[in-house]
Design a protein around this ligand. Sequence first.
Ligand code: MRU
Length: 350
Amino acid sequence: MVKAIEWVGAGLRLLDQRALPEQECFIDCADWRAVEQAIRTMVVRGAPAIGITAAYGMALAARDLPTEDPWLALDEAAQGLALSRPTAVNLGWALARQHAVIAECRTGGASEDLFHRLLAQAQAIHAEDIQANQTMGHLGADLIRQRLKAGERARVLTHCNAGALATGGFGTALGVIRQGWSEGLIEQVFADETRPWLQGGRLTAYELAKDNIGVTLIADVAAAHIMATRGIHWVIVGADRIAANGDTANKIGTYGLAILARYHGARLMVVAPTSTIDLNAATGHDIPIEDREADEVRQFRGQWVAPRQVAVANPVFDVTPAALIDVIVTEKGVIEAPGIRGIGSLFGQS
Ligand code: MRU
C-alpha cells in the first residue's frame, strides 16, 4: 500500500497526490508553512490525512521556535494550519489534541521538550488512525456479509477517494472495501470519477488497481444507470464532517448518490473515525462547505473546457441528510439509521 504521509527524520514527506496516477513523487515539508501549503493545494487531501498532516505540522512549528515569543509562534502556526481547508473537522480535532500538549507545557513554562512531545503525539494520531481504519474495515465487511444471500457477492459503488491516500493508511470506505474483497464478499467495485478534481479516477482507481481489487471506473453521471442495471448492494463513502444529528458532509456528489441509492434500494454506508464527528455542529447546516477555484471546473488539466469567463459554482462538498444514511461505521461501533441518540452514544451520551 502506498504511504501518503511519512515522517522521515528531517521532516514530513508527502506523496504529491496532484501528480497521481502518472507519477509517484514526493514533497518534503521542512516547516509548518510548507505543510499548510501542501494541505491547501491538495498535495495531501482526505479528512483524516489532513488532520494527521496538520499534527506533524505543529511538531515542525515547535522544532523551529524563536527564543522570543515561542508561544505566539505556535499560535500563529496553529491558526495558519486551521485555515488551510475548512470542511474536514479532523483538522481542528488534531490541532486541538496538539494544543492540549502545548497548553500543558506552557503552564509548566517549558518549551524545550515540546517538539518531541508534539512529534510523538502526531505519530500516535497517525497510528491510531490506521488502527481505527482496520477496525472499521472489519465492522463494515460484517455488515456486507450479513445482507448477502447464500452464494452471493456484493456489488459496491464508492465516490471520491477514502482510501490509504486519504488517511493514515488502509482507508475508511476503501478499508471496508479492502476487507470485504479479501474475505471474498465483494464481486465488483464501481468508482465514480468524481469531478472536478477526479479523486475517483486518479486516486481510487489507482489505489484499488495497485492492490488487485477489481475496480470499474465510471463517469459520475453514469451512477444512476449503473444502479438501475447492475444491482448495486452498497454505496460506501467516507466523510469530512458528521454533525451531531448524523447529517454528513462528504465530497460533492455524495448527496445525489444517496438519493439515487434510496430510490434503487442500495444501502448507504458512511465509514469514518470518530475524529470526523463534530458534536458542535448540531446539523448539516452548521458545516462549512469549501468552495474552490472556478478554473477547477472551467479547465481540465490545464485545457480550457468551458468559456474562460463563464461564471462557475464549485462547492467541493455537500451534506447528505441523516435520513438518507443507512449506517455510519466508526471505530467505536456501528450506528444504524443515525440520529442524535446514535451519534451521542459513541461519546457515552445517553
Ligand atoms: O477534497 P478532498 O479530496 O479532500 O475530499 C475528500 C473526501 O471527500 C473524502 O471522501 C473524505 O475526506 C473522507 S477520506 C477518508
